[in-house]
Ligand binder design. Structure first.
Ligand code: FE2
Length: 255
């Protein structure tokens, strides 16, 4: 169990809900709006609610206004900041136009409890893989340079290092070396968090935690060279960011 205390920054990580304009739509055998609501319902039963919710892309599968409205309808009543970045299935302009008011924020930064969360947009029009453009890399560099002693967590949609499945690694972040060149020069970066891979992983690179989380809908089978759906249920992740830069985290799958 996590040692969460009110002084920690407590984050709920949800990712890849793949909502559709039709709330009844199925994908890989599940009604994605139903599993999304079930995940949020279970997470909010926790005795320590999140200070912020991180949503790392593929919020919708079809990039529709109606899909983003469904996302909004479940999370707006929680009155908790929801920090969103687009995934390859999203329509960033439509997403930004719907999620344009508090508690929602698309891209940008978030500061709380002495931590800095840097939301990176790896969406690249016309491709499934991800790419961090020059402006986004410059923003990351400048933000880290201007906050040298603030522990930082970087969030993006695409995985910046291989997950071990050929078909997924073909659609990873295309320029991880540029990302890690900036991170390696910024010792205050404590972790990198992403979605896209529909599976949990938790690794270490130098002193940095590298973390992915299960999707709120269906999961991809780990270590499968070809596309394959896993039998694991919908899931989410808790992260507790401690004042000393430590990250405590636990992935949770629905019963
Ligand atoms: Fe996805």
């Amino acid at each position: 169990m996590l040692s969460a205390t009110p002084s920690n920054l407590r984050l709920l990580h949800i990712t890849d809900p793949h909502l559709h304009s039709d709330a009844e739509s199925r994908m890989h055998g599940v009604v994605t709006f139903d599993t999304f609501r079930a995940v949020i319902q279970q997470a909010m039963l926790n005795t320590q609610p999140p200070d912020a919710i991180i949503a790392t892309g593929d919020l919708t599968h079809d990039g529709t206004v109606a899909g983003y409205r469904l996302f909004q309808s479940v999370l707006a009543p929680l009155n908790t900041p929801v920090l969103c970045i687009p995934g390859n299935h999203d329509a960033p302009n439509i997403m930004t136009s719907v999620l344009n008011d508090a508690p929602f924020q698309v891209n940008g930064l978030y500061r709380a409890h002495g931590w800095l969360l840097i939301m990176l947009n790896s969406f690249s029009d016309g491709i499934v893989a991800g790419h961090l453009g020059p402006a986004e890399l410059e923003r990351l560099h400048n933000t880290l340079h201007g906050n040298p002693s603030t522990p930082a967590l970087i969030c993006l949609h695409h995985h910046p290092l291989p997950i071990g499945s050929r078909w997924l690694d073909d659609i990873a972040l295309q320029n991880p070396d540029e990302l890690f060149a900036i991170i390696d020069a910024a010792p205050q970066v404590c972790g990198v968090l992403w979605g896209h891979v529909h599976q949990a992983s938790d690794r270490q690179r130098n002193d940095i935690r590298l973390i992915s989380s299960p999707s709120t809908c269906s999961q991809f089978r780990p270590n499968s060279d070809n596309f394959a759906i896993d039998t694991r249920p919908p899931g989410f992740r808790w992260l507790d960011l401690l004042a000393d830069g430590t990250i405590e985290t636990e992935a949770i799958w629905l019963d």
